[in-house]
Design a protein around this ligand. Structure first.
Ligand code: FES
Length: 84
């Protein structure tokens, strides 16, 4: 289990390894705009304040090159702080 903390709106939530940030936000009542749900439209991007190295792109299984990640395909593999 890992901890995802929403630093601006508040709340820290435990989630299983490999869950996407968007699914964790949905489960815990955090509103995130979305479109394609497949990493294509960029509408769901969230800024990662801490722990971006703990995220993998679900489509490539590689780390993200930026701290603004598409939450629908950002899988957690460690603790993450999200600006939202
Ligand atoms: S909803 Fe389109 S990239 Fe995430």
């Amino acid at each position: 289990m890992h901890t995802v903390r929403f630093v601006h709106t508040g709340g820290a939530f435990e989630a299983e390894n490999g869950r996407t940030l968007l699914s964790i936000a949905d489960e815990n009542g955090k509103s995130v705009q979305r479109g394609c749900n497949n990493g294509m439209c960029d509408i769901c991007r969230l800024r990662i304040v801490r722990g971006v190295e703990h995220l993998l792109n679900a489509k490539t299984q590689r780390p993200f090159a930026t701290s603004r990640v598409q939450s629908c395909i950002a899988e957690i593999h460690g603790d993450v702080d999200v600006e939202r």
